[in-house]
Write a protein that binds this ligand. Structure first.
Ligand SMILES: [Zn+2]
Length: 312
């Protein structure tokens, strides 16, 4: 039984599980979780800067005073799920192999370069990331890497880590607590916002949704958005299928990628926040259909979204 005391902040989920839900939506405003057993806790994700991570750790402090954080799991390698690691560097930090590769590729320095660029892409990046402080971050990378699936014992509580990626990113770990019927999904689930397929393939993400739908877990803590249920997993699945189908039809008709992104009408998905992510998603579909298409780096992908936002 989920007792939701407020829509944001610290939320008690029962069975030793808690969620930290970001105070608002938007790019980089991510969630975290705490799983507590006898005398120790596991933290699911840190946040995008030290201020946000510190506030989250303070909110969990009444619990962690007697059950300290012994393990941190970073669900994936996007900065909004690990840039705060240095505040919990005393713990063992665990991530999938793919996630570690992503962290090595894009750290705080790369984000500072992106938001500092004197270009339309830089302006877009400053608009969406300007609220975060990436100035004094020292990357604290995982000290333990796993492949596929692993099971942890957190003070007598079984915690299953399953890497369902590559999908959203190069490695996407879901954290399942069978005893509590709770799953922390990282960015495999965006609740109320547009999923973004940085890596793909789409098929892996759809399979990840099916795995979540078949899991014995009624409580779903998404990477972004409020605590939810399987309904949000189905919504993500529907969006991904829709975009894949729409982009594939336009690829077959010979339409250039950005024309396709501008041409797609989102219909019932138009209300999802950050709809500009469609540009990246269409690009990922095109790359699946034509592996000869050159990949875009981070700034290139943000440039496509900036272009879709401004309609230029
Ligand atoms: Zn995220």
């Amino acid at each position: 039984m989920v007792s939701v005391t407020s829509r944001t902040g610290r939320i008690e989920l029962g069975g030793g599980c808690r969620a930290w839900i970001a105070e608002s939506g938007g790019w980089g405003m991510s969630n975290a979780g705490l799983i507590t057993g006898r005398g120790e806790s596991l933290l699911v994700d840190t946040l995008y800067d030290l201020r946000l991570t510190g506030a989250m750790l303070d909110a969990f402090a009444p619990v962690t005073a007697t059950a300290p954080i012994s393990t941190v799991v970073n669900t994936h390698g996007n900065g909004d799920h690990w840039f705060g690691n240095q505040l919990v560097a005393h713990a063992e930090i665990v991530a999938s192999r793919g996630s570690l590769a992503d962290m090595r590729q894009v750290g705080p320095a790369e984000m500072r370069a992106l938001t500092g660029a004197d270009s339309p892409t830089g302006r877009f990046a400053r608009r969406i990331f300007g609220r975060f402080d990436h100035s004094d971050l020292e990357p604290a990378l995982p000290s333990r890497v796993f492949d596929g699936e692993t099971v942890l014992d957190v003070g007598g509580t079984e915690v299953r880590l399953i890497d369902v990626g590559p999908a959203h990113s190069a490695g996407d770990t879901i954290v399942h607590v069978p005893r509590a019927g709770t799953v922390y999904t990282g960015d495999i689930v965006f609740a109320g916002a547009t999923p973004i397929v940085w890596h793909g393939p789409f098929g892996r993400w759809l399979a990840a949704c099916d795995l979540l739908l078949g899991l014995d877990a009624d409580t779903v803590v998404p990477g972004h958005g409020p605590v939810t249920s399987r309904r949000a997993v189905r919504e993500v699945r529907d969006y991904l299928e829709f975009v894949h189908e729409q982009a594939t039809a336009r690829f077959a008709a010979g339409m250039p990628v950005m024309d396709a992104a501008r041409d797609i009408r989102l219909g019932r998905f138009a209300d999802l926040d950050e709809s500009e992510r469609l540009a990246v998603n269409v690009h990922t579909v095109y790359r699946e259909l034509d592996p000869a298409l050159p990949p875009l780096d981070g700034p290139g992908l943000f440039g496509c979204m900036a272009e879709l936002c401004t309609g230029s």
